[in-house]
Design a protein around this ligand. Structure first.
Ligand SMILES: Nc1ncnc2c1ncn2[C@@H]1O[C@H](COP(=O)(O)OP(=O)(O)OP(=O)(O)O)[C@@H](O)[C@H]1O
Ligand SMILES: [Mg+2]
Length: 280
């Protein structure tokens, strides 16, 4: 497999949050995104408790932990999706490059364009073709030139490793694709708006082993260009695709480290029990 990059990416920006910040045990790292002292409440219920996490650029960070521990809640704060959740309140900062996502003076759309999201269940626009799914966000952003749209469709589908399977019939309805193809279409749709960070919430949980393998290969290729944060229940998957892993439990971040270290030599007893499958 070869890495594919956008031809039209003249303004592609992968600058980092900070060149000097580092987490425990790490030498100097470049961070694309930093969540600082993030607490998230649904009404009075505290779902995420004062989490600080730093995401090294062009790497994959996995979030693991038992059901209900706050993984999705935390992931959604990284592109301000809680703005749309009734009763949800986010405290703290989420820095992308040097700008706080929650700075009220900044249009949230500015950040949403930097941060793409892929959900657990493939959710292509069902009445649209493959082509129109990929271009929907671009058209909203005012891009209408057919030649540019064609290029972005091809590049996005190549980056999502779907191009070879659909290039002969881009006008086909998105819902005629298999589940795994639909999920890769959703990845292509997220990539088309040229984000810098890609959030993925259990992107392969509904897929068969072959489709899962393709998604994992896609993730591994994409990290050459993108900073990726993935929620997964599949610990083998976390080991296969991620460079860093955060283990969450009851709204707390219990441990964050290089994936290899966290799975083979965790510092915390709770992490050790979880990665050994002693509770779930
Ligand atoms: N919109 C909401 N309103 C109220 N409570 C919520 C809402 N969404 C999630 N919660 C609660 O917040 C806690 C964390 O939920 P979250 O979906 O973040 O967990 P998760 O780690 O992603 O779980 P899973 O692995 O099952 O997807 C849970 O107790 C859940 O019931
Ligand atoms: Mg979840």
């Amino acid at each position: 497999m070869t890495a594919v990059t956008f031809r039209h990416h003249a303004s592609f920006n992968t600058s980092s949050v900070s060149k000097s910040d580092s987490f425990e045990g790490e030498k100097e790292k470049k961070y694309k995104m930093i969540a600082k002292d993030v607490t998230i409440k649904y009404g009075d219920f505290v779902a995420v408790k004062n989490i600080t996490m730093k995401f090294p650029e062009k790497s994959v960070t996995a979030l693991i932990g038992p059901s209900g521990c706050g993984k999705t809640t935390f992931l959604r704060c990284l592109n301000r999706m809680h703005d749309m959740t009734k009763g949800a309140k986010v405290e703290g900062k989420v820095m992308i490059d040097d700008i706080d996502l929650y700075d009220k003076s900044i249009d949230p759309i500015y950040h949403r364009r930097k941060v793409g999201m892929v959900f657990q269940k493939p959710n292509p626009f069902p009445t649209m073709s493959i082509y129109d799914n990929v271009t929907a966000g671009l058209k909203l952003n005012g891009i209408k030139d057919k030649k540019i749209l064609d290029e972005i469709v091809e590049d996005s589908l190549k980056m999502a490793y779907l191009w070879d399977e659909v290039k002969c019939d881009l006008k086909k309805s998105a819902i005629e694709l298999s589940g795994g193809q639909q999920q890769r279409l959703c990845i292509a749709r997220a990539l088309a708006i040229q984000p810098e960070v890609l959030l993925m919430d259990e992107p392969a949980s509904a897929l068969d082993p072959i489709a899962t393998q393709k998604i994992e290969e896609t993730i591994t290729e994409l990290k050459k260009e993108y900073t990726i944060i993935i929620v997964t229940h599949n610990m083998q998957q976390a080991v296969r695709v991620s460079d860093y892993t955060g283990f969450m439990y009851l709204g707390d971040l219990i441990e964050f480290d290089e994936t290899k270290k966290l799975f083979t030599d965790p510092k915390n007893e709770l992490t050790a029990k979880y990665v050994q499958g002693q509770f779930g």
